[in-house]
Design a protein around this ligand. Structure first.
Ligand code: 5GP
Length: 195
């Protein structure tokens, strides 16, 4: 039996808890790989190049994008973000599940190019809680916090474009939900080649 690889897109407002959720499922799905995005945003304290993101300057980002090196890209709150094409395509071709954290615009581009991708929307427990988390992170200016909150409110309505949603009130429950989604998708007959 041979399994076909597939892409899992995880979207949701800034500080909905995507990174925490992704860290929590690390190693829990055999053969699942993480796509590391490129960004022109400056690293936050503790973030590492090649682990959290590939941190590029504007010229490097533009060069990569214009040479077709990105599967999708978007501008988010004044910075560029994109998904390196080669890693995702090679990993899928090798039969891996690949998971990626991308915003709504990027998710839309990927779903047009790869309709078989599985799109999951992570919802924060409430907008108040979301604001608390963004403020607690302590890395965004007041203007940036305002912009991220405004963006979050706008983004929530796009949940209807996704295949699944997860409410991130309790991390353990969110982990259980995401693992259930990935497991069910992996067992789809259409993703398996039977002898
Ligand atoms: P942050 O600056 O908080 O790390 O990320 C801001 C937003 O950019 C988040 O919504 C995140 O999902 C999104 N993002 C991260 N990587 C990518 C990417 O490769 N492509 C797109 N389109 N969005 C991304």
């Amino acid at each position: 039996m041979k399994r076909r690889g597939f892409l899992v897109i995880l979207s949701g407002p800034s500080s909905a808890g995507k990174n925490t959720l992704l860290s929590a499922i690390k190693g829990r799905v055999p053969g699942m790989l993480y796509s590391i995005s490129v960004t022109t945003r400056k690293p936050r304290p503790g973030e590492r190049h090649g682990v959290d993101y590939f941190f590029l300057d504007d010229a490097e980002f533009t060069r990569l994008r214009d040479s077709g090196g990105l599967l999708e890209w978007a501008e988010y709150c004044g910075h560029y973000y994109g998904t390196p094409r080669e890693f995702v395509e090679d990993s899928l071709a090798a039969g891996h599940i690949v998971i990626t954290d991308i915003d709504i615009q990027g998710a839309r581009q990927i779903r047009t190019a790869m309709p078989e991708a599985v799109a999951v929307f992570l919802m924060p427990p409430s907008l108040e809680e979301l604001q608390k988390r963004i403020v607690a992170r302590g890395t965004d200016s007041e203007a940036a916090i305002k912009e991220r909150m405004k963006r979050a409110v706008d983004e929530m309505k796009y949940v209807v474009d996704y295949d699944y949603w997860i409410l991130n009130t309790d991390l353990d429950q969110a982990v259980t939900d995401l693992l259930a989604i990935i497991t069910a998708e992996r067992q789809r007959v259409e993703r398996t080649e039977f002898p």
